[in-house]
Design a protein around this ligand. Sequence first.
Ligand code: NI
Length: 206
Amino acid sequence: MTVGKVLTLALSIALLAQAALGTNIALAQPADTGDGRLGTRFILSDQRGGVVTDQDIAGSFLLIYFGYTHCPDVCPTSLLTMADVIDRLGAEADKVQALFVTVDPQRDTVEVLRDYVASFHKRLVGLTGSPEMIDRVVRGYRIKVERVEGKTKDSYTIDHTASLLFVSPTGEPIKRFAHGASAPEIAAAMHEAIASIKLPQRGVRR
Ligand code: NI
């Protein structure tokens, strides 16, 4: 285990313990905010082993995609589009957190995510964590995930929502870009939304 992994594990246990004691962090609450907004409380690791929580992304626009590194073609295509979008946003990319959240924490360790994410864009942040925490985030962003068993224990695939989500700094879903939407089309829609919503920005802590 890396230091980052141990730290994330320790924080996850602390969160669960706090929830069990009924203190301020209510993990027992449904992940769905119930008011149409997306998101949930979470503690995950980025591809460098750094801890990322929901507090780190609060206040930023999110361009968020859920997938996994073993995905044969859908995820790589989506992430290439995402990288193209980040480039097209220019200086506006500073207001946006581009996140790739794995739906396969079993195989997508920090080490696996590191090389994979780096091959797409330097601003892309890959997130992984415990299966429970990933499940919570998947539900919080209303992503559909279904594991399909393969011939061997480790050859499973995971069917997953393939749309790219664009979320406001306060968690309102602005747009859901279908798989196959072009980078110019996505960047134009994001540009329009960013220009019309003025909110303070914060970045993922490093
Ligand atoms: Ni995929």
